[in-house]
Design a protein around this ligand. Structure first.
Ligand code: ATP
Length: 263
């Protein structure tokens, strides 16, 4: 049997392959007091794909993530997840439970708790902090956290309060807090911001290894990082898709050079 595309087996797995969209946005419009942040935006992300979204400040990248996660409701358009669910009808909590995880640019970990406890709480995301710390972990859950600590190169830090980690380590911990929830689609906002060169390099390696098992949408300004991870790039400009294709293709696009890359 082919290796499943997702870490968590899904009833629909047998009907889909890598060409199918995990996410399909159709003609999304978002206005803030008359200002058009997204205009007729259509975009598809394939199952298991690693997509980078780039674009100048104010292009609509954050608004796009807000629409997918239910933080912002579009005035019109649809967001279809896994070919069945219209996310514009769901609350943010239901969207997260459906398998969409988001990481914001600034790490938000529980600083007073240990690295291990942070992962433990994330794994039992349906419970309150204290209920989840009191509930015993199953052997399988414990093993999953151990695996995650190794994957994130945080095994030696497991008993340290998260507040004492470096900025890059906090970023890794937060990525781990998403991964223990086994998301299908991960939305990551400038994940390499503030990381050292070695950490950035490892983040790229990590993301490449996650693609296929998860679908990833990464908003990034660092073109060097984009070059190392993405085979497919979407350029946003003034709330619309300006160009899409390989990094080489979009870098050669005259309009992209004009508005984003500079001459
Ligand atoms: N809540 C809001 N109210 C009014 N205008 C908003 C709101 N949120 C975003 N905007 C505007 O919508 C446009 C798109 O913003 P958005 O944050 O999505 O861009 P971005 O591509 O993420 O930019 P950056 O790279 O600077 O983070 C901007 O002009 C912004 O000022």
């Amino acid at each position: 049997m082919a290796e499943p595309l997702f870490t968590q087996p899904h009833p629909a797995d047998k009907y889909r392959d890598q060409r199918d969209p995990i996410l399909s946005l159709e003609k999304i419009n978002v206005s803030f007091d008359g200002f058009r942040a997204l205009t007729d935006l259509s975009l598809q992300i394939g199952v298991g794909e690693l997509r980078c979204i780039i674009g100048p400040n104010g292009a609509g990248k954050t608004t796009l993530m807000d629409v997918i996660t239910g933080k912002t409701r579009p005035q019109s358009g649809s967001v279809t997840y896994d070919q069945r669910t219209d996310l514009t009808r769901l609350e943010p909590m239901a969207i997260a439970q459906a398998g969409i995880g988001r990481k914001f640019q600034k790490p938000t970990v529980f600083e007073a708790l240990t690295v291990f406890e942070n992962l433990e709480i994330a794994q039992k995301a349906d419970k309150s902090v204290w209920t989840s710390l009191r509930a015993r972990l199953s052997g399988e859950q414990h093993d999953r956290i151990d695996e995650m600590l190794t994957l994130l190169r945080l095994a030696a830090e497991r008993h340290r309060p998260a507040g004492l980690l470096s900025h890059g380590q906090k970023q890794f911990l937060e990525i781990g807090m998403l991964l223990v929830q086994e998301p299908h689609l991960l939305l990551l906002d400038e994940p390499a911001a503030g990381m050292t060169d070695a950490e950035t390099e490892y983040t790229a390696e990590l993301f490449r290894s996650l693609a296929g098992k998860h679908s990833l949408m990464v908003v990034e300004h660092d073109m060097g990082f984009v070059e190392t991870i993405a085979d497919h790039v979407t350029v946003l400009h003034q709330g619309q898709v300006l160009a899409e294709g390989s990094l080489q293709q979009v870098q050669a696009n005259e309009q992209v050079i004009e508005v984003y890359l500079g001459r």
